[in-house]
Design a protein around this ligand. Structure first.
Ligand code: AMP
Ligand code: ZN
Length: 472
């Protein structure tokens, strides 16, 4: 099975060759946990979950290590924790806030059918590893101390800017940002900064302080995956500065030619052409979509949100609309007509070369092909049935209650369907005329469409009232 992946570092699609096929290693930047995650944040989580499933399928479940971190130290977190838990010590306050938020995140993404990564390290549990890297960077002349900060000197690294294709001279010439007086170059970034007593802080060779954002991922990836690993992922917005700076720190500290061989970035989930983000205020949380009627006037099952995401290629932008969710819902509704037992044997079938998922995770093309597999499987083709089921597993719909989700949509469709309303009143008329044969025939006709009727006698009027529900 040949897997091709697009690599942001080389700007080409190339065959994927793991460093060690017995331990394929992937790191994806996880959420900064201070508030509910929005549905844009769910995109990398779902996209890299599909890649995780695919890698496990190709190399074997025991041979893939997937790390997705939790960023639990950040100035937005500090501010929120101080506001919510003013009486707690700052370190305890951020711990409480981030634990609560991380629990909510796990609950949200579990509803989206996302597997747990192999490791989910928290930044605050890896402060020592960060300090070790900063010490190495200082010793090798890649960093300096100024005005209570340890900074990375971007000019000290020959090929800084390779990932985002930025040249430092262009950057400086066009820079509109004021150079902060203590920095040697405007692009120098913080590795460590001193904390005020009211801010969370850890002891370090430079005094009580806290890490910069980028250093966390350098520390945690090295801890769980080694100095050089296979795949590093995240959203497009992380290419610069976050990933560029992770690369600078890791390569300079470890003296390696690359940090990860393949860099993958998902496109943005957008609302009316703009990136969904907290700062623009155009966001809807995963929790609101699952639990409230805020978006499109109804609740959306997690599997619908998941399929809606996979109907677009991961590098393309997605416009997030209720129409797209309706479409995903009716596809799942159809697919759920084939029932598999709950005892699903894992990945028993094999992907053939040329499978769309092997072509840089072409999920939209695969979703289209799944319609064909579904039709053939329904017509009794056993190979198609096995492949359809494997498709469900790889896309992440195994073990999800498809019929449950489908029923909600079907109910909405039935309520709007004039044919069904007509049949129900025709049956009422037949009963009134004591034509029980006809009334039974209509009942059977509706049952064949998956609609169950229930007659109850109204105690006050003595009249028979008929209600319906979707039986499957
Ligand atoms: P954050 O918590 O903002 O660091 O974001 C967590 C992850 O979500 C990162 O990989 C971001 O790139 C990604 N992300 C944030 N907003 C969007 C969006 N609108 N569409 C796709 N990915 C996003
Ligand atoms: Zn990161």
């Amino acid at each position: 099975m040949k897997l091709n992946l697009y690599n942001t570092l080389t700007r080409t699609k190339a065959p994927f060759a793991p460093i060690d096929p017995k331990n394929v290693r992937m790191y994806v930047c996880g959420p900064t946990v201070y508030d509910y995650a929005h549905i844009g944040n769910a995109r990398p989580v779902i996209v890299f979950d599909v890649l995780f499933r695919l890698l496990r399928h190709i190399y074997g479940e025991a041979h893939v290590t997937y790390v997705r971190n939790i960023t639990d130290v950040d100035d937005k977190i500090n501010a929120r924790a101080a506001e919510r838990y003013p009486d707690m010590a700052p370190e305890a306050g951020i711990r409480k806030l981030t634990e609560e938020t991380a629990a909510q995140f796990h609950k949200d993404i579990a509803a989206l059918g996302v597997l747990r990564p192999t490791h989910e390290p928290r930044a605050t549990d890896h402060i020592q590893q960060m300090i070790d890297i900063i010490v190495a960077l200082l010793a090798k002349g890649y960093a300096y101390v100024a005005a209570g900060e340890v900074l990375f000197d971007v000019r000290s690294m020959k090929d800084y800017g390779e990932l985002s294709n930025r040249n430092l001279d262009d950057q400086q010439a066009g820079a509109r940002v004021e150079v902060e007086a203590h920095k040697k170059n405007p692009g120098d970034f913080v590795l460590w900064k001193l904390s005020e007593p009211h801010q969370p802080g850890w002891e370090s060779p430079w005094g009580r302080g806290r890490p910069g954002w980028h250093i966390e991922c350098s520390a945690m990836s090295a801890r769980y995956l080694g100095e050089v690993f296979d795949i590093h992922g995240g959203g497009l917005d992380l290419i610069f500065p976050h990933h560029e700076n992770e690369i600078a720190q890791s390569r300079c500290a470890h003296g390696t030619p690359v940090m990860a061989n393949t860099w993958m970035h998902n496109g943005f989930l957008q609302v009316e052409g703009e990136k969904m983000s907290k700062s623009l205020g155009n966001f809807v949380t995963i929790n609101e979509l699952l639990e409230t009627e805020k978006f499109g006037g109804r609740k959306w099952p997690g599997e619908v949100l998941r399929l809606a995401m996979l109907m677009t290629h991961y590098r393309e932008p997605i416009d997030f609309t209720a129409k797209r969710l309706e479409e995903a819902h009716s596809i799942l509704n159809r697919w759920s007509e084939i029932a598999f037992g709950t005892n699903v044997g894992a990945y028993e079938a094999h992907l053939l070369d040329g499978h769309p998922l092997l072509d840089d995770l072409n999920t939209p093309l695969f979703v289209t092909q799944m319609h064909g597999l579904f039709k053939s499987a329904k017509a009794g083709d056993t190979t198609a049935r096995v492949n359809f089921r494997l498709g469900l597993q790889l896309l992440g719909f195994e073990g999800i209650e498809l019929p449950g989700a489908a029923r909600a949509l079907r109910t909405a469709q039935v309520a709007d369907d004039p044919k069904i309303t007509r049949l129900i009143s025709a049956r009422k008329a037949a009963r009134a005329a004591k034509d029980f044969k006809e009334s039974d025939r209509i009942r059977d006709e509706l049952a064949a469409m998956g609609i169950a009727l229930k007659d109850t006698k109204n105690k006050d009027t003595g009249e028979i009232e008929t209600t319906w529900e979707v039986a499957r």
